[in-house]
Design a protein around this ligand. Structure first.
Ligand code: GDD
Ligand code: MG
Length: 361
């Protein structure tokens, strides 16, 4: 069975991190977002993952080489010369998908994190006999997603509305689908939206079904949701594989620390923190609800809360980074600086205070 992951899009809502790598390669809980998905696909027997990409292909191609053999799964790239939306890439990859002409295939958005109940979705798909299955989840604020109105008895989707301006329902498209190959016959090779064009047309023919998923789920394509997603993911690890989480008198709640990271004396870390590969956290540091990506150094007595610190950045001694600050790659915050909710572009040196949220170019 094959899977196509929609990798493209500029990931503007995750800038400045996506100025360094495509969104799916942004680390989440210490590994690139997309690896969480590829591992889940591999675990249920998917043999080939097609990455549909329209942006920074070379970075992605380098990544492919490294992980294809490491994961033991075929990873190929389908590269757009112009962004084709969420459905156009399926038309572009048609030939690859149709190498298995009678087998349904998975399609995934690249920025969602959950338990990936892919086997359940496959059983669901086979059982209803329609053309396509989507996974839906209930959220309090459906307006920023695609909403499906689902018949509770038949599981048939009666209506699909992308980003509704008025309330339609609270079951939203979770960004994981199984489609029969015949769906490809109706997707033109041009910018086309699965959510605005293809799903509504399958609904019209009564062949779209939705499986309701009750576990944790988050679209982590925006900073605030990224940190909420981290909290939910770590909570899930606590329930499923608690031995992966950090323990000790200096740890509060759920904390994930890469084994190569160095943590100094007298730090207080947690809850909801991920410390990546090769990070150095010097003595007396306070970290809460934050991510330190690979190679970050947090100097003595600094404080990072509710923020994301990009690869190889430094937070200076006694500095304070908080309130949804996002530091891009290789940003260096000088000692004692106060950064409130700022977004700092890569390769910057910060040597003044920022008391209110702004973009530092
Ligand atoms: N290859 C390719 N080309 N991929 C694209 C393109 C493109 O032109 N445009 C977007 N994508 C990819 C994105 O990288 C992402 O993985 C996926 O398609 C969805 O795009 P987003 O930009 O993240 O959409 P969204 O979050 O606003 O809404 C989508 O996801 C929600 C769930 O998180 C929709 O599918 C909603 O219906 C859904 O509820
Ligand atoms: Mg998204």
């Amino acid at each position: 069975m094959k899977a196509l992951i929609l990798v493209g899009g500029f990931g503007t809502r995750l800038r400045p991190l996506t100025l360094s790598v495509p969104k799916p390669l942004v680390d989440f809980a210490n590994k690139p977002m997309i690896l969480h998905q590829i591992e889940a696909l591999k675990s249920i027997g998917v043999t080939e993952v097609i990455l549909a990409i329209s942006y920074q292909p070379q970075v992605m191609l380098n990544f492919l080489e490294e992980f294809e053999s490491r994961l033991g799964i075929r990873i190929t790239c389908s590269q757009e010369t112009e962004p084709l939306g969420t459905a156009g890439p399926l038309a572009l990859a048609k030939e690859k998908i149709l190498e298995e002409p009678d087998t349904p295939f998975f399609v995934l958005n690249s920025d969602i994190i959950c338990e990936y109940p892919l086997q359940d979705l496959l059983h669901f798909h086979i059982a209803h006999g329609g053309e396509a299955s989507i996974m839906v989840t209930k959220v309090a604020e459906p307006s920023k997603y695609g909403v499906a109105v689902v018949d509770e008895n038949t599981h048939k989707v009666m209506k699909f509305v992308e980003k509704p301006s008025m309330f339609v329902g609270n079951k939203i498209n979770a960004g994981i689908y199984i489609l029969n190959p015949c769906v490809l016959d109706r997707i033109p090779l041009q910018p086309t939206s699965l959510e605005r064009q293809i799903f509504p047309s399958i609904v019209e023919r009564g062949l779209l079904y939705a499986m309701v998923y009750e576990g944790f789920w988050m679209d982590i394509g925006q900073p605030k949701d990224y940190l909420t997603g981290l909290r939910l993911y770590l909570e899930h690890l606590r329930a499923k594989s608690p031995s992966i989480l950090a323990v000790g008198g200096n740890i509060i709640g759920n904390v994930l620390i890469d084994e190569t990271a160095v943590i100094g004396e007298g730090c207080l870390i947690g809850p909801d923190v991920a410390v990546g590969r090769g990070c150095v956290v010097e003595p007396g540091v306070r970290l809460s609800s934050c991510t330190l990506m690979k190679g970050v150094r947090v100097r003595r007595s600094a404080h990072v809360s509710g923020s994301i610190v990009g690869w190889h950045s430094t937070v200076g001694e006694s500095a304070h980074v908080g309130n949804m600050a996002i530091l891009g790659e290789d940003v260096h915050v000088r000692e004692t600086m106060f950064l409130n909710g700022v977004m700092v572009l890569p390769h910057k040196e910060i040597n003044s205070h920022f008391v209110k949220p702004e973009i530092v170019m």
